[in-house]
Design a protein around this ligand. Structure first.
Ligand code: HEC
Ligand code: HEC
Ligand code: HEC
Ligand code: HEC
Ligand code: HEC
Ligand code: HEC
Ligand code: HEC
Length: 371
C-alpha cells in the first residue's frame, strides 16, 4: 500500500496538470520571470493539423490497416492457426496459452509482456530488448534490460504501471525516482495515434503535437529503425522536438526557467532544445564566449569523435530528413537524444558514449573542445 498523501502535496501535483489541461499559459511566462512551480507541463491545448505535404512517418505501424486487434487481444484462443497464417502475427505460442487473466482480453498478463512477445527476439520485428535479433548497426532508440530489473543504463521496465489519476506523478513523487519504472504504453499509444512511433504525452495521451522525427526516404523494413536513417527537426511552431514527450516525466531539464532561470546567459543546467517553451539553442551560439566550438562540430574528426560517431542533433528549422540531417552549427541544436538513447543502451545513464571509459569526455568534446 502506498502511504496516504498530504493534501497540499497532492494539490501541488494535481493543480499544474489541471491547469495544463484547461488553460493556455500566458505568454508572459518567459525567461527568468514568473513562478515556474505553478507552470503546467505543457502549454499546448490543441494539436495543430499538419501543413500539406508535411507528415511524420506515414504510415506508422499499429495504425489503420496495420492495427490488427487480434495481434494483441484474444477472442476465443483459437486452437487451429494464426489469423493470417503469418507466424509473425502470432508469436504467442500454441494452445493452451497462458494469458493469466490479463485485463482487456490482452494476450499477455501485462501490456509490457504483450509488446515484448513480439518486440523481443523475433526476427523481422524491431527488437527493443538486450541483443538485437535483427542485427541492426545501432537501433535508433537503443535497448532495454529485462523487465522487473533495475536498469542503470536506461529506463527500467516493470509490470503494473498505471497512468490513471495521479499514478504517473506518484511513481517518482512520494515514492522516489530511484525505484520508479516505466511501461511501453506510457510512451507509445497501443492503438496508434499516427504520430512518429505512436509516441504520446504520458500525462495527457491525445494532447500531443506532431513530433519532428524523419526517416530517410530510402529506408524500408527494419532499416526504418536504424539510427543513421533517422533525423530530427522542428519548426518551433507546429512540429516539436520528439523529446517534447520526455517533459511529462522529466520536467526540470529543459525550458529557460530551468536551465537559465535568471536569464543571464550563464546556464544552471545544460541546455536542451524545447521549442514548445521557446527555449531552443544551437552550437554556434557559444562561439563568441568560447563556450562551444562550432568548427570542431563541423569537422567531425579528432578529440570527441574517436569512438563516438557524430551525436544526434535537432535542426531548427527542418521538416524532412534531408534538412534535418544538414550539418550547420547555426541550425544544429543540442537536445535530450544528443546525449541519451530513449530506451537505454550499454552505457551508464543511457548515454551515447561511455562516461567512464578511455574517452570519457567524448560526447561533450564534439560541441566543445576541452581536451
Ligand atoms: C499493439 C497491441 C494492440 C492492438 C493491435 C490492439 N490493442 Fe486494444 N489494447 C491494447 C492494450 C495494451 C490495451 C490496454 C490499455 C491499458 O491498459 O491502458 C488495450 C485496451 C483495449 C480496450 C479496453 C479499453 C481501452 O481502450 O483501454 C479495448 C476495447 C480495445 N483495446 C480494443 C481494441 C480493438 C477493437 C483493436 C483493433 C482495432 C485493438 N484493441 C487493437 C493493445 C492493443
Ligand atoms: C503481434 C506482434 C506485435 C505486437 C504484440 C506488438 N507489435 Fe509493435 N510492431 C510489430 C510489427 C510487425 C511492427 C512493424 C515493423 C516494420 O516496420 O516492419 C511493429 C512496429 C512497432 C512500432 C514502430 C511503429 C512505426 O511504424 O514507427 C512501435 C512503436 C511499436 N510497434 C510498439 C508496440 C507496442 C508499444 C506494443 C504493445 C502495446 C506492440 N508494439 C505490440 C509487431 C507487434
Ligand atoms: C512515463 C515517464 C517517463 C517518460 C515519458 C520518460 N522518462 Fe526517462 N525516466 C523515467 C523514470 C521513472 C526514470 C527512473 C527509473 C528508470 O526508469 O530507470 C527515468 C530515467 C531516465 C534516465 C536515467 C536512466 C538511468 O540509467 O539512470 C534518462 C537518461 C532518461 N530517463 C531519459 C529520458 C528521455 C530522453 C526521455 C524522452 C525520450 C524520457 N526519459 C522519457 C520516466 C520517464
Ligand atoms: C521520472 C520521475 C518523475 C515523474 C514521473 C514526475 N516527476 Fe515531477 N519532478 C521530478 C523531479 C526529479 C523533480 C525536481 C525536484 C527538485 O528539483 O527538487 C520534479 C519536480 C516537480 C515539480 C516542482 C516544479 C518544478 O518544475 O521544479 C512539480 C510541480 C512536479 N514535479 C509535478 C509533477 C507532475 C504533475 C507529474 C505527473 C504528471 C510529475 N511531476 C511526474 C520527477 C518526476
Ligand atoms: C520512456 C519512453 C519510452 C518507453 C518506456 C518505450 N519507448 Fe519505445 N521509443 C521511445 C522513443 C522516444 C522512440 C524513438 C527514439 C529514437 O528513434 O531515437 C522509441 C522507439 C521505439 C521503436 C522503434 C525502434 C527504435 O529503435 O527506434 C519501437 C519498436 C518501440 N519504441 C517499442 C517499444 C516497446 C515495445 C516498449 C516497451 C518494451 C517501449 N518502446 C518503451 C520511447 C519509449
Ligand atoms: C549534453 C548532454 C546531455 C543532454 C543534452 C541531456 N542530458 Fe541527461 N544526463 C547527461 C549526463 C552526463 C547524465 C549523468 C550525470 C548527471 O546526472 O549529471 C544525465 C542524467 C540524466 C538523468 C538521470 C537523472 C537522475 O536523477 O538520476 C535523466 C533522467 C536525464 N539525464 C534526462 C534527460 C532529459 C529528459 C534530457 C532532455 C531534456 C536530457 N537528459 C538532456 C547528459 C545530458
Ligand atoms: C550537441 C552539442 C553539445 C554537446 C554534445 C554538449 N554540449 Fe555543452 N553546450 C552546447 C551548447 C549549444 C551550449 C550553450 C552555449 C552557450 O550558450 O554559451 C552548451 C553549454 C555548455 C556549457 C556552458 C554553460 C554556460 O554557462 O553557458 C558547459 C559547461 C557544457 N556545455 C558542458 C558540456 C558537457 C560536460 C557535455 C557532455 C556531458 C556537453 N556540454 C555536451 C552544446 C553541446
Amino acid at each position: 500500500m502506498r502511504p496516504s498523501l498530504p493534501l497540499n502535496r497532492v494539490l501541488s501535483l494535481v493543480i499544474p496538470v489541471t491547469i495544463g489541461l484547461l488553460l493556455p499559459v500566458l505568454a508572459s511566462a518567459s525567461k527568468g520571470t514568473g513562478d515556474y512551480r505553478s507552470r503546467p507541463l505543457h502549454k499546448r491545448v490543441t494539436s495543430p493539423k499538419m501543413a500539406a505535404g508535411v507528415s511524420s512517418f506515414a504510415p506508422t505501424y499499429h495504425n489503420g490497416v496495420t492495427l490488427r486487434c487480434s495481434d494483441c487481444h484474444a477472442m476465443h484462443e483459437s486452437r487451429q492457426h494464426p489469423v493470417d497464417g503469418d507466424p509473425l502475427s502470432d508469436p504467442f505460442g500454441p494452445y493452451p496459452q497462458n494469458y493469466n487473466g490479463g485485463k482487456s482480453l490482452l494476450k499477455a498478463p501485462d501490456p509490457v509482456d504483450l509488446c515484448l512477445t513480439c518486440h523481443d527476439n523475433q526476427t523481422g520485428i524491431p527488437d527493443v530488448m538486450t541483443a538485437d535479433a535483427n542485427g541492426l548497426t545501432e537501433r535508433s532508440a537503443g535497448f532495454f534490460a529485462p523487465v522487473g530489473t533495475r536498469n542503470p543504463r536506461g529506463h527500467s521496465l516493470d509490470r503494473g504501471q498505471s497512468l490513471e489519476g495521479s499514478d504517473l506523478c506518484n511513481r517518482c513523487h512520494f515514492n522516489g525516482m530511484a525505484d520508479a519504472s516505466v511501461s511501453c504504453i506510457d510512451c507509445h499509444n497501443p492503438h496508434g495515434n499516427n504520430k512518429s512511433r505512436n509516441l504520446q504525452w504520458a500525462s495527457w495521451p491525445g494532447g500531443e503535437p506532431e513530433f519532428g522525427m524523419f526517416e530517410a526516404a530510402s529506408a524500408t523494413g527494419l532499416q526504418r529503425y536504424e539510427a543513421a536513417n533517422i533525423g530530427f527537426g522542428t519548426d518551433a511552431a507546429t512540429v516539436f522536438e520528439v523529446t517534447n514527450m520526455c517533459i511529462d516525466c522529466h520536467h526540470v531539464y529543459s525550458g529557460d526557467w530551468n536551465i537559465d532561470p535568471d536569464g543571464d546567459g550563464i546556464h544552471n543546467r545544460h541546455p536542451s532544445s524545447e521549442a514548445e517553451w521557446g527555449s531552443t539553442n544551437n552550437i554556434a551560439q557559444g562561439a563568441a564566449e568560447g563556450t562551444t566550438v562550432p568548427a570542431h562540430w563541423v569537422a567531425g574528426t579528432g578529440v570527441g569523435f574517436q569512438e563516438t560517431p557524430r551525436l544526434r542533433f535537432v535542426n531548427n528549422p527542418a521538416l524532412n530528413f534531408v534538412d534535418a540531417t544538414e550539418i550547420d552549427p547555426a541550425k544544429n541544436g543540442v537536445f535530450c537524444l544528443s546525449c541519451h538513447r530513449a530506451h537505454g543502451g550499454e552505457n551508464s545513464f543511457s548515454l551515447r558514449w561511455n562516461p567512464v571509459g578511455t574517452f570519457s569526455g567524448e560526447g561533450c568534446d564534439q560541441c566543445h573542445a576541452k581536451n
